[in-house]
Design a protein around this ligand. Structure first.
Ligand code: ARG
Length: 508
C-alpha cells in the first residue's frame, strides 16, 4: 500500500486531542484506502470476523452514491503505521446499506468482504439489549489515521483518544440532522474524530475488551465544543443489518445465576456464507481471556461460582481458516443466603408441649429473606415465618424429630438448615381422688384418673396399708382404725412416673 503523499507534521502526533496507539493495541482497526479514480482517499474500518470489515457507507460511494468497484479498495491491517509494512487485503464485495442516505448521513454503513481471511482478533459489535454499556457519560475510545485538526493534516500513525458518549439531547445542536435512530454522538470538544477517521470505531470497554458501538460518520468541524462527533449507532435500528453480515458468537444465561449452583449458559453463533466452518467452540469461564476452560459441555456450560458477584465469561468459536469470533459478557451471580435453624443444641420440648423455633438468615446482597419450615419431614415447606412453634402434642417421648428450615432471598436462591427437636418424656398425670373417712371393716374403693401426654399405656400400682395392688380400680378393707396414707404410682411406657396419695381416716 502506498503511503499518501501528504504526511501530517504540523500537528505532531495529535488526532484531534489524541496520541499514538501502541502496536497491536487495536488489532481490528484497518486502514481503508479508496482509489476514487482521481485520488487515494483514506478511511478507517473495523474487522468483525476474518472476512468482514465494517466501514462507513460514505467512504465507499462516489458523489452519485454509487459504490466504487471492489478493486478500488485496499484494507491495511496489523500495523499502526500507514504504508507498505501493513498486511494488505483486497476486497471482493462491497455491501452498502440499502437505506444509506448520503445527504442526511442516514444508515452510514458498508460491509466489505476481504479477499482472504485476516488472522487478527476482530471486535464484536454491541447487542441491541446492551444499552447500559454505552450509556451517556461512558468513556469511549476513538482511533484513526484522520486529520489531527479541522482542515489540518492527517496522521500516518494510528492515533487514539477517548471521548464521552453523549446523550441524544446533547446532539440537539444539529436539530433535525441528528437522527437518534441511526446516530449517536460523542465527544465534548477536547477530542474528536475528523476527516479520514470515518468508518473507524467508537468503542466502549466491557468484559475486559472493547466493544464496537458506533462507526465514525460525520460532524460539524472537528473537536468543536458545540458540535459532538456523530457515529452510526450500532446498538439500535442498524444492529440487525450488521449482525446478518458477519460471523459472531453469543451465549445466554438460561437460568438465574446463583452461587453454588451450576449456571446454565447456552451458546449460539452465526456463520455467514464464506466463513468457517466455525466448528471449534471454547469457553473462558475464569475470565483470563483464554477460551480453554474444559471440560464443560459445549455449547452449554454449567460453571459453578462459589460466591456471588460479577464475573466475566467469554465464549468463542473458531474455524480452521483462522476465523475466531468471541463474545464476552459480565454475569451477575446472586449470592446464596445462609440459614441457621436454631442453636447448636437444637430444640428440646416435653411431649405434649411446644417450643418456638427461631430462624436466622443472612443474604450477601442484603435482599429480603423469606423463611419456611418442614416440620413433619415430608419435604414440603408448608409453614412460613421466621419463628414458628413446634408442637409435641401427639409425640411420644423420648424421641427426636428433624425440623428443616428453608431461607430464600428475593432472587430465588435458597439455603436449608436442619435442626433436631428432642422430645422429652413427660410423666403421666394422676389423680387418686379426695381424702376419705371410713368405718373399719368396710370395703373402700379407690380409683386413679390418669392420662399421659405421650398417649402411652399406663400402669397404676398402689400401696395400701403395707399391701401392693395393681390396676386403676382397687378395693381395700381396713381392719384397724387409724390414719392411712394410700399411694398410687402411675407409670408410662417410658418410665415416667407420677405418684398421688389419698388420706384415709378409719374409725371404729
Ligand atoms: N466524515 C468524516 C470522514 O469521512 C468524519 C468526520 C467526523 N467528524 C467529526 N467531527 N467527528 O472521515
Amino acid at each position: 500500500m502506498a503511503a499518501p503523499a501528504a504526511i501530517g507534521s504540523g500537528n505532531g502526533d495529535r488526532i484531534v486531542g489524541g496520541h499514538a496507539a501502541s502496536p497491536g493495541e487495536y488489532p481490528a482497526q484497518g486502514y481503508l484506502e479508496i482509489n476514487t479514480g482521481s485520488e487515494l482517499a483514506r478511511c478507517g474500518g473495523t474487522l468483525l470476523d476474518a472476512r468482514h470489515f465494517l466501514t462507513a457507507a460514505h467512504c465507499v460511494v462516489d458523489d452519485l452514491e454509487a459504490s466504487y468497484p471492489p478493486s478500488a479498495f485496499h484494507v491495511g491491517l496489523n500495523n499502526i503505521e500507514v504504508g507498505p509494512s501493513m498486511d494488505v487485503f483486497g476486497v471482493t464485495n462491497v455491501d452498502v446499506h440499502s437505506s444509506y442516505d448520503g445527504l442526511l448521513h442516514l444508515n452510514d454503513l458498508a460491509m466489505l468482504t476481504l479477499d482472504r481471511p485476516a488472522p487478527y482478533t476482530p471486535l464484536r459489535i454491541v447487542r441491541s439489549d446492551e444499552t447500559a454499556i454505552w450509556a451517556p457519560g461512558t468513556t469511549a475510545t476513538i482511533v484513526g489515521w484522520g486529520r489531527t485538526s479541522p482542515g489540518g493534516p492527517v496522521s500516518d500513525t494510528l492515533l487514539e483518544a477517548t471521548a464521552p458518549i453523549r446523550a441524544d439531547n446533547d446532539c440537539g445542536v444539529y436539530s433535525n440532522a441528528f437522527d437518534p435512530n441511526t446516530m449517536v454522538c460523542a465527544g465534548n470538544g477536547a477530542t474528536d474524530t475528523c476527516q479520514g477517521d470515518s468508518g473507524g470505531p467508537l468503542m466502549v470497554p466491557y468484559g475486559g475488551v472493547l466493544v464496537l458501538v458506533g462507526v465514525t460518520s460525520w460532524g460539524n468541524g472537528c473537536a468543536d465544543p458545540r458540535f459532538p462527533g456523530l457515529y452510526a449507532r450500532l446498538g439500535g435500528a442498524l444492529n440487525q443489518w450488521v449482525m446478518q453480515r458477519h460471523a459472531w458468537a453469543s451465549f445466554s444465561v438460561v437460568t438465574p445465576a446463583h452461587s453454588g449452583q451450576p449456571v446454565r449458559l447456552e451458546a449460539s453463533w452465526f456463520q455467514p456464507l464464506g466463513i468457517g466452518p466455525l466448528n471449534t467452540p471454547g469457553w473462558d469461564l475464569d475470565g483470563d481471556g483464554d477460551y480453554d476452560d474444559t471440560p464443560v459441555p459445549v455449547p452449554a456450560a454449567g460453571p459453578i461460582f462459589p460466591s456471588g458477584g460479577a464475573f466475566t465469561v467469554g465464549f468463542q468459536v473458531s474455524s480452521p481458516d483462522g476465523t475466531r469470533v468471541a463474545y464476552r459478557r459480565v454475569i451477575v451471580v446472586n449470592g446464596t443466603p445462609t440459614a441457621v435453624a436454631g442453636g447448636v443444641n437444637g430444640y428440646s420440648v416435653r411431649e405434649g408441649g411446644s417450643v418456638l423455633l427461631t430462624a436466622s438468615g443472612t443474604d450477601p446482597e442484603g435482599q429480603a429473606l423469606s423463611y419456611s419450615w418442614d416440620l413433619d419431614g415430608n419435604g414440603a415447606f408448608e409453614i412460613s415465618g421466621q419463628t414458628t412453634s413446634f408442637s409435641a402434642l401427639h409425640l411420644d417421648g423420648p424421641t427426636t424429630r428433624a425440623v428443616v428450615l428453608r431461607v430464600c432471598d428475593s432472587a430465588g436462591a435458597c439455603a436449608t438448615s436442619s435442626a433436631t427437636a428432642r422430645v422429652r418424656n413427660a410423666p403421666p398425670r394422676a389423680n387418686a381422688g379426695r381424702d376419705r373417712r371410713v368405718k373399719r371393716g368396710r370395703k373402700v374403693r379407690f380409683f386413679v384418673r390418669a392420662s399421659d401426654p405421650g398417649r402411652d399405656r399406663l400402669r397404676a400400682s398402689w400401696r395400701i396399708a403395707g399391701r401392693s395392688k395393681r390396676g386403676s380400680r382397687v378395693t381395700h378393707v381396713f381392719k384397724r382404725p387409724g390414719l392411712y396414707v394410700v399411694r398410687v404410682t402411675v407409670t408410662d411406657g417410658d418410665g415416667g412416673k407420677t405418684t398421688d396419695r389419698v388420706r384415709v381416716r378409719v374409725r371404729r
